[in-house]
Design a protein around this ligand. Structure first.
Ligand code: AMP
Ligand code: MN
Ligand code: MN
Ligand code: MN
Length: 277
């Protein structure tokens, strides 16, 4: 049987629109054979996802996407094949969950100052107990027609340095890698081309990641171009990192991003799943 991996996606446990069981059922429908649910700073979707994976006869790889800060910039690190009950990981992400709750209030206050009321109650209600991200605020701004597209919400209010931006110091990059490794998992750099880095900054980041015990990098994502895959492959080769593939699916009909809709990993890289035992 042919295998199809998708090692990065979101559910209602964070900023995805589908419940964990719906993500799993949809992945199955899309021909995915191994799926990692990787919600932002939480593993709360994994219990439901595990049951759904058994029912749908699909292999679930327990995952997470951890928010980290390195040199004052935010980087997302995917943990794959983690034990979600391991204490270092559990305690580590608890702090991030508190930071997110505090940031939600601060962003709401900043929006109020921009004469945009009721953000707090709205995002809290919409998230239904899941991790609240800027994506929830963007959806709120869209629903109230303060902006016309999600991108505009980031350009005008939520992006770095914009009026409702709240600078947050997330986990240390090396701490997050350690939590993932202590939980038996593999640490992977998410969407490496999204960070607006200089070439030398990227080199230092990759060296630090590798030296801290990081093992993988996303070479293929749901929005990858062939040129982007080539650039990420070069990073994987130069720093001895295994290659991951994941859509970063959040919701249906998201500009071509879909579970399992991924270009092939190049032949010359080591697939990250070879590191799972
Ligand atoms: P946060 O981790 O709370 O800062 O929120 C980041 C999330 O917002 C990402 O995981 C995406 O889901 C979403 N996001 C970030 N930038 C954009 C953008 N330009 N357009 C749409 N969604 C975005
Ligand atoms: Mn997200
Ligand atoms: Mn991300
Ligand atoms: Mn993601």
């Amino acid at each position: 049987m042919t295998t199809k991996y998708d090692l990065h996606c979101h559910s209602t446990a964070s900023d995805g629109s589908l419940a964990p069981s719906e993500v799993i059922a949809r992945a199955k429908k899309m021909g995915v054979t191994s799926i990692a649910l990787t919600d932002h700073d939480t593993t709360n979707g994994l219990v439901e996802a595990t049951k759904a994976a058994i029912k749908n006869k699909i292999n679930l790889i327990p995952g997470i996407e951890i928010s980290t800060t390195w040199e004052n910039k935010c980087f997302h690190i995917i943990g794959l094949n983690i034990n979600p009950t391991q204490s270092a990981l559990v305690n580590g992400i608890k702090k991030l969950q508190t930071l997110r709750a505090e940031r939600t209030k601060k962003i709401s206050l900043k929006l109020e100052k921009e004469h945009i009321p009721n953000a707090y109650e709205s995002v809290l209600k919409a998230a239904k107990g899941g991790m609240i991200t800027r994506s929830h605020f963007a959806d709120f701004l869209l629903s109230k027609k303060y902006i016309a597209t999600k991108q505009e919400a980031f350009n005008r209010y939520l992006g770095v340095g914009k009026s409702a931006y709240v600078s947050t110091i997330w986990a240390n990059l090396d701490d997050a890698i350690n939590w993932i490794n202590q939980a038996g998992g593999t640490a992977v750099i998410a969407h490496p081309l999204n960070y607006k880095m200089t070439a030398s900054g990227m080199k230092r980041f990759l060296s630090f990641f590798k030296d801290s015990g990081g093992q993988g990098i996303e070479v293929v994502t749901g929005r990858s171009t062939r040129d982007g895959i080539k650039r990420s492959t070069t990073y994987a080769e130069q720093y001895g990192l295994a290659a991951s593939t994941g859509s970063d699916f959040h919701y249906p009909s998201d500009q071509g991003v879909e579970l399992g809709h991924l270009l092939d990993l190049p032949k010359n890289v080591k697939p990250v799943w070879e590191l799972f035992n």
